[in-house]
Design a protein around this ligand. Structure first.
Ligand SMILES: Cc1cc2nc3c(=O)[nH]c(=O)nc-3n(C[C@H](O)[C@H](O)[C@H](O)COP(=O)(O)O)c2cc1C
Length: 168
C-alpha cells in the first residue's frame, strides 16, 4: 500500500476533540499538532468568549504551528462545534495555513447540532473540498462508542491501492 504522510491537527477546549484526534492519528499512523492558544479559555468567561467569537465568525490568537502542513499528503483538521460554527482557534489555523494545505479532511465533536454548518465554514476558509468529514457526538466519546465510526472515517482516508498491471 502506498505510504501517505498524514497530519492530524485539532483544537480542544475540554478534551473531547483531543481524544478523537489522538485516536485517529493512531489509527492512521499519522502525526499530531494540537492548536494551542495564546490566552486561556476556561471557566464561564472562557465559555462566553468562545460563543461570541464563534457567532461573530472571528479567529483568536494561536501559537505557532509545530508541524508544517505542506510537508504532508493529507491534513485532517478537527474542531469542537461552537454556536453551530467552527471554533475560533481552528478558524485561525485554517486562515494561517490555507496556502500551504495539501488534501484535507475534517472532523468535529459536538453536543448534537451544527456540524454541517461548521464543515461548510471550514471548507470555505481552507479553500479546499475535504476528502471526507466525520462528526462525533461528545456523549459517544465519553462512552467510548465513537471508535467504530472513527475507524470508518480512517478507512475512507486510506490511500487507494493501485492495481498492478497484469501481463497481456
Ligand atoms: C462555547 C460553546 C458552544 C457550543 N455550541 C455547540 C453547538 O452549537 N452545537 C453543539 O452540538 N454543541 C455545541 N457545544 C458543545 C461542544 O461542541 C462539545 O461539547 C465538544 O465535544 C467539545 O469539545 P472539546 O472538549 O474538545 O472542547 C458548544 C460548546 C461550547 C464550549
Amino acid at each position: 500500500m502506498p505510504q501517505q504522510r498524514t497530519l492530524v491537527v485539532y483544537y480542544s477546549r475540554s478534551g473531547t476533540t483531543r481524544k478523537v484526534g489522538e485516536a485517529l492519528a493512531q489509527m492512521l499512523g499519522g502525526e499530531v499538532d494540537e492548536i494551542v492558544e495564546i490566552r486561556g479559555r476556561s471557566g464561564v468567561f472562557g465559555y462566553l468568549r468562545s460563543l461570541v467569537e464563534a457567532r461573530r465568525q472571528v479567529s483568536s490568537p494561536i501559537g505557532p504551528e509545530k508541524r508544517d502542513p505542506s510537508a504532508y499528503d493529507l491534513v485532517i483538521v478537527g474542531t469542537p462545534v461552537w454556536a453551530w460554527s467552527v471554533s475560533s482557534p481552528v478558524r485561525a489555523y485554517l486562515m494561517a495555513t490555507r496556502e500551504r494545505l495539501p488534501d484535507v479532511a475534517f472532523f468535529c465533536t459536538l453536543g448534537g447540532a451544527g456540524d454541517a454548518r461548521a464543515f461548510a465554514q471550514m471548507q470555505s476558509i481552507a479553500g479546499r473540498v475535504p476528502r471526507a468529514v466525520c462528526a462525533i457526538a461528545a456523549r459517544d466519546v465519553a462512552s467510548g462508542r465513537y471508535r467504530e465510526r472513527l475507524a470508518e472515517f480512517a478507512r475512507a482516508l486510506e490511500p487507494l491501492a493501485v492495481a498492478k498491471p497484469t501481463a497481456a
